[in-house]
Design a protein around this ligand. Structure first.
Ligand code: GAP
Length: 469
């Protein structure tokens, strides 16, 4: 087995990623004109395309490819008893300390133990307050008065919407154990520390799947879902040596979990959690039974009407965190040597320093790339722009497309590289004569000439067979 990487050594830094994300319209600071809102971010034109495609890819993986998993979209606002039953009111807390001098606020589990023991601020050396528990749930009120009767929470995980609906779904869709329910949606946490761009935010999105199994089969299913989720990232073309498992120790386990593993990714700032696979036992459904008074047992009609509260295996990935991971993973800088007298060609990789230029390229899997194909006329004049628009019109039925006619062709390729567009189609004078176009590949910068009529099929085949080099 290959040795585990200890630190990130790629070309990305969080500064470069944040700046590229803003420059190219992936992610903007929320309410930027007012100085920004901590813990909240806006997804621009490329960002929302990327996010939607990640979500669609996950949804397909979980529902379309699994006959026994169905979807749900539950409300963010849930009955407040939900959160008492789930244990979040009591247990969903972080330990908090403040510096009395510089007023910086820290999560006590994130500062060096030495500072905690001596109660000294890691920033300024000032005195720290005692550690106190801080509940991460956002509270608000429903109705016109702000009293406790109207107290309501913004959900801190999407999972509970699934648990409270599990009987509805069994009845409406005749589900038999084992089966799963998948959901993508917003979650909110009043995070004390929100650094590293969109890694940890107060408003974020989760992609969660809850798998209901017979007690006693939970350990096998837990291991099975660990395997499936690992294979998913391989399919997405993620650098597998940048992923590892981390098992939760007794002091890390959430109040509901019997066993939990994180898939961690090696971000530029180090190894961090990307997704969790949890054995939640029958904790949640047992608690909801107690708090709601409703019988949430499963009746196993194929086995003498046996009754039991199912165990739940959860796979829980952050959608916005996956987006950050995929940008970091895709990010590359590459030296390109300009070729003499090249017209529409743009150079080769590596080679002579003197004539070298650098390109920044996002090597997204074409299935998640925000734009799949960009159509570029070599010139605006002589009918090339119209022909290129016509080709784009045809391709947009099947693919997310872009069109760019501004500036030198090499520069336009660079712009598409930075957006992660896997294919460019260039339309030139020859296209007018013989109906062929140039198909240019983002990763290798290779260019081939093919008939326009074959484009859509060729791209489809390339996407299906895509392998990251
Ligand atoms: N339902 C289980 C659950 O919520 P979690 O480990 O607290 O488990 C699951 O969260 C995933 O949600 C994490 O692995 C991460 O990808 C994402 N996530 C959690 N808190 C987040 C935050 N503040 N900002 C962005 N993503 C977050």
């Amino acid at each position: 087995m290959a040795e585990e990487l200890t630190e990130y050594s790629g070309p990305a830094t969080m500064e470069k990623i944040t700046s590229l994300a803003k420059r190219r319209g992936f992610v903007f600071q929320s309410s930027e004109i007012y100085g920004g809102q901590n813990g909240a971010w806006d997804y621009g034109p490329l960002g929302i395309e990327l996010k939607n495609r990640i979500a669609a890819n996950w949804w397909k993986e979980m529902t379309q490819l699994h006959d026994e998993i169905v979807g749900l979209d539950a409300a963010i606002l849930m009955h407040p008893r939900t959160w008492e039953a789930s244990g979040h009111v009591e247990n969903f807390t972080d330990p908090l300390v403040d510096c009395k001098k510089c007023k910086t606020r820290f999560r006590a589990d994130m500062i060096p133990e030495e500072n905690l023991a001596k109660k000294t601020c890691p920033e300024c050396g000032g005195e720290l307050t005692d550690t106190r528990k801080f509940n991460l749930m956002f509270r608000t009120h429903i109705g016109p008065t702000e009293d406790n009767a109207g107290l309501i929470y913004l959900r801190p995980e999407t999972a509970q919407g699934i648990y409270v609906n599990y009987k509805n779904i069994i009845q409406s869709n005749r589900m038999k154990i084992p089966f799963g329910i998948a959901q993508i949606g917003k979650a909110f946490r009043n995070e004390i520390v929100t650094k590293n761009f969109i890694f940890r935010t107060c408003e974020f999105e989760q992609m969660e799947m809850q798998y209901f199994v017979k007690p006693g089969t939970d350990v096998d299913w837990f291991n099975e879902w660990k395997k499936r989720r690992w294979a998913y990232y391989e399919k997405l073309g993620v650098k597998m040596d940048h992923l590892r498992w981390h098992q939760h120790g007794p002091d890390e386990l959430a109040h509901y979990a019997k066993d939990a593993y994180d898939i961690q990714y090696l971000f530029p700032m180090g190894w961090r959690e990307l997704e969790g696979v949890h054995n939640r036992t029958n904790y949640d459904l047992t608690r909801h039974t107690e708090f709601s008074g409703k019988d949430l047992q499963y009746i196993d009609q194929d086995n003498n009407n046996d009754r039991y509260i199912p165990f739940i295996i959860e796979t829980s990935a952050g959608l916005t965190r996956t987006l950050l991971m995929l940008i970091c993973d895709a990010y590359d800088e590459e030296k390109v040597v300009q070729e003499k007298n090249a017209d529409s060609s743009e150079g080769t990789v590596g080679g002579n320093e003197d004539s070298a230029d650098w390109r920044t390229v996002l090597r997204f899997h074409p299935l998640v790339a925000p734009v799949t194909v960009a159509v570029l006329p070599l010139m605006k004049k002589d009918g090339l722009a119209e022909l290129a628009q016509d080709i784009r019109g045809e391709l947009k039925e099947d693919y997310a497309t872009d069109y760019d006619q501004a500036g030198a062709i090499g520069r336009r390729y660079r712009r598409q590289d930075e957006a992660g567009t896997p294919f460019c189609v260039t339309v030139d004078y020859q296209s007018k004569e013989d109906g062929t176009v140039t198909l240019r590949y983002r990763d290798s910068m290779e260019q081939i000439r093919i008939p326009r009529a074959e484009l859509a099929d060729k791209i489809r085949k390339e996407i299906k067979g895509y392998k990251r080099k």
